[in-house]
Design a protein around this ligand. Structure first.
Ligand SMILES: [Ca+2]
Ligand SMILES: [Ca+2]
Length: 204
């Protein structure tokens, strides 16, 4: 679909679903800024993946249930929180406390990748090396492993490819074309890949 078509669809979805909303509701529907409480996950390892979903327009436009994914990097004892590395819209590749990440989403999940700890650690190291790079808004082209910009699922996909010597491809369709995801690797495709399994799930 062309971008103009997506925007037209967005406006349609917006007006169809919110006939009498306040301006605040409208803004929040376009980009959810509420915060949510979730129980803190007890079983977390570096290299685990954390996902978020919100009932907003942005989520509705990204194909699949999950709109965002990040990689758990290390435990920060000074704030008693895990730190995650994420490629975030408007920010690029940044470090975020896990509690902050979880609070942004109505539904959250953690997954583990079916690999040795040594590969998980290499995946974290790859993500760490990308810190400061800008956000990649191109969801339509084939994603590059070694890129000068990343979107969220591209970052975790590239991290595990490099860490595993290109054995672990967390794209569920391994880069093939699909009408739903184009050539992208969407957060949902990482979630659905047989190399990942869910260890925590919470809906606020
Ligand atoms: Ca795959
Ligand atoms: Ca794909």
């Amino acid at each position: 679909m062309k971008r103009a078509g997506i925007m037209a669809l967005a406006v349609l979805v917006l007006f169809a679903s919110l006939p009498a909303a306040s301006a605040g509701d409208l803004v929040n529907y376009i980009w959810n800024t509420k915060t949510y409480e979730h129980p803190y996950p007890t079983d977390v390892k570096p290299g685990d993946l954390v996902y978020g979903h919100n009932p907003d327009l942005f989520n509705a436009l990204i194909p699949g249930y999950w709109v965002h994914v990040a990689i758990v990097a290390w435990y920060n004892e000074s704030i008693n929180d895990w730190m995650v590395i994420e490629a975030k819209i408007g920010k690029g590749v940044i470090i975020t406390p896990l509690r902050v990440f979880l609070s942004r989403y109505q539904t959250v999940a953690l997954q583990r990748v079916r690999v040795d700890d040594s590969i998980r650690e290499k995946a974290v190291a790859f993500a760490y090396q990308q810190l400061g790079k800008p956000y990649n808004y191109d969801y339509f082209s084939k994603p590059k492993v070694y890129d000068d910009k990343y979107y969220c699922s591209q970052l975790v996909w590239a991290a595990y490819l490099v860490a595993s010597n290109f054995q672990v491809n967390l794209d569920e369709n391994d880069g093939a074309w699909s009408w739903k995801y184009f050539y992208a690797v969407a957060p949902q495709e990482v979630y659905d890949d047989p190399m990942t399994y869910t260890i925590y799930y919470d809906e606020a």
